[in-house]
Design a protein around this ligand. Sequence first.
Ligand code: CUA
Length: 319
Amino acid sequence: MTPTQTPNIFAPVSTPALEIRDLSFIVLAITAAIFVIVGGFTIYTLIRFGRRPTNPQIEPAQVYGSTQIELAWTVVPFLIVVVLFLVTARYVYGIERRAKPPDALEITVVGNQWWWEIRYPKLGIVTANEIHVPVSDAANPALTFITVESVDVAHSFWVPQLAGKMDAIPNKTNRVWIEPRRVGTYVGQCAEYCGLQHALMLLVVAVHPKDEFRAWVAAQRTAPAEQAAARAGRELFSSLACINCHSVRGTPGNGVFGPDLTHLMSRSTLGAGAVRNTPENLRAWVKDPGAFKAGVLMPAMKLDEAQLDQLLAYLVTLR
Ligand code: CUA
């Protein structure tokens, strides 16, 4: 995965984003034509009528109004705006009214300060910041319907290559759908200023071939294997305040304020894109999350080095 890749609205790979690009090209073409005409007349006038020796004794012809010209520059722009409105409405309606097929994948994305919770309610999977979906092709269409929510402030879910922006508003449920046609990794960002770490709400969408996606689902549904060497760290984890905020399936940890850690090590970054998820960074993160992400709601637990080692030995088993 390359979470540093730049999102590009002109390289769509999924239906709503493809339609949005088409619409933007139509609008750009119309406005470019207007620009060329207006700019052309302006330049022509400047060259044709600019800078001539004038005789202050002779007053130029005074022109007061022309019904024809005024009608033209009122009616023509009005018609252009009507056309833009109708074209846009048609696209918006086409995207919004798309019905959910019974076999569509359902995901709930919940904006948090400052990370995304990703839930697959029908599959029993909970993860964070990384969405995994199957690729769609003509023979086997695979649509993913995403319910967008927020637990605190207004965020905005936006993966430019897949779909348009969708606000994540507390106490409101919004919906967006995607049908990615190309396997790959696509990045997005929170697109609504939501506080100190608005810039660190990375979204990664991994589009898999169908069998690879099934394998990912199976892995996520399996609880990580318990390892004897990690027992001390596991008990330490369960005895600390970690479990008030974090869940690890099969342990007393069932907190919901922070990301689910059941498969923590399957994710590519820590702190929603703050740093790469490596054991060294994870240790530094647990020691002092604020060093990577100022204002993060996870506190430094004031653990000593031996405790950090134990905890890390456990956390790296959460694959
Ligand atoms: Cu969440 Cu900006």
